[in-house]
Design a binder for this molecule. Structure first.
Ligand code: NAD
Ligand code: UDP
Length: 314
């Protein structure tokens, strides 16, 4: 077993629970910290009996004191309905939580990987988005608690790195999906799959011509673990995701086909500041991490449909 324990904040969430499982499978000892706001014990119930796994119900905005060698900082609700539920708390999680994580790293010498986001780019004017694009973000809109919170978290990472030499890795994650997603957290893939499986109307926000590029969880995990293992001079930021771009309408049609659903499309208002186009420029990830997503959309969607059907449709 690797002597360096790993702390995963937000470890009971969608990405976090999948990451905890992968790290355990790789022989690591894992401390999973989560306040269970948008994550759940169900996501980690199969891990609780593992000798290398410890779950701590705690909030990242309280000071942290653990003997660990690596920290994956994932604590933050990621779906718009969750991060907009208590926007002030979202900012606190991103800013105070990030300071607590970086303080722990500064005092213990641990390496920190920060789960940043494509929302750093806002509603982008540059397409696809490379890491050196600074973004177009509304600082006072309904998404700002998340976007600006994550931008400030990146700032803190680089200030701790410059001021204290803290060992940081910043990854900007683009829309990721897969098993352990919550059925009701409002994200497009889980929404569409649940609606299709229940024969309900599929809710297209706006015209459905806005685009996203969807990455399957296993491919993202590969990138996260590779980034954590890079030399100290590689800090990021670095994009991680899949560069297969599609419209939301195309996604809906694909999910209807794969589920064999009779659901119809209905059109609803587009939420404020919803980005029109999003696709990662993966040049840097390919070069530095040899990162290459392996899972095509159909394979990933089939696995996600199977999970949501088994776990939530009686
Ligand atoms: P998620 O909501 O499923 O997981 C977040 C986890 O953090 C949850 O378990 C939640 O309970 C926990 N959490 C929230 N606030 C906390 C706090 N104050 N203290 C302790 N725990 C707290 O979301 P996810 O999709 O797994 O995202 C994980 C991380 O990856 C987030 O930081 C998110 O911003 C980032 N990210 C995700 C995506 C994506 O497509 N899934 C894209 C970009 C960035
Ligand atoms: N969306 C949609 N119907 C839904 C949920 C989302 O049309 O039921 C759209 C949403 O407006 C956005 C895209 O799908 O344009 C992706 O939304 P999600 O919340 O999954 O992620 P994000 O907007 O953060 O990329």
């Amino acid at each position: 077993m690797d002597s360096k324990k790993v702390l995963v904040t937000g470890g009971a969430g969608f990405i976090g629970s999948n990451l905890c499982k992968k790290l355990l499978d790789d022989g690591r000892e894992v401390i999973c910290l989560d306040n269970l706001f948008s994550g759940s014990l169900k996501n980690i119930e199969s891990l609780l009996a593992s000798p290398g796994f410890t779950f701590i119900e705690a909030d990242v905005t309280s000071p942290l004191d653990f003997a660990v060698g690596e920290i994956y900082n994932l604590a933050c609700p990621a779906s718009p309905i969750h991060y907009q539920y208590d926007p002030v708390k979202t900012v606190q999680t991103n800013v105070i939580g990030m300071i607590n994580v970086l303080e722990l790293a500064r005092q213990s010498g641990a390496r920190v990987l920060q789960a940043s986001t494509s929302e750093i780019y806002g509603d982008p004017e540059v397409h696809p988005q490379p890491e050196n694009y600074w973004g177009k973000v509304n600082p006072i809109g309904i998404r700002s608690c998340y976007d600006e919170g994550k931008r400030c978290a990146e700032t803190l990472c680089f200030d701790y790195h410059r001021e204290y030499g803290t060992d940081i890795k910043v990854v900007r994650i683009f829309n990721t999906y897969g098993p352990m997603m919550k059925p009701d957290d409002g994200r497009v893939i889980s929404n569409f799959i649940m609606q299709a499986l229940k024969g309900q109307d599929i809710t297209i926000y706006g015209s459905g011509s806005q685009t996203r590029s969807f990455c399957y969880i296993d491919d993202l995990l590969d990138g996260l673990v590779k980034m954590m293992a890079t030399e100290p001079d590689i800090t990021g930021p670095i994009n991680l995701g899949n560069d297969m771009e599609m419209t939301i309408l195309q996604l809906a049609e694909k999910i209807i086909t794969l589920t064999g659903s009779a659901s119809r499309l209905v059109f609803k208002d587009l939420p404020g500041d919803d980005p029109l186009r999003r696709k990662p420029d993966l040049t840097l990830a390919r070069k530095l991490l040899d990162f290459a997503p392996q899972t095509d959309l159909e394979t990933g969607l089939k696995a996600t449909i199977a999970y949501l059907k088994t776990a939530f449709i009686t």
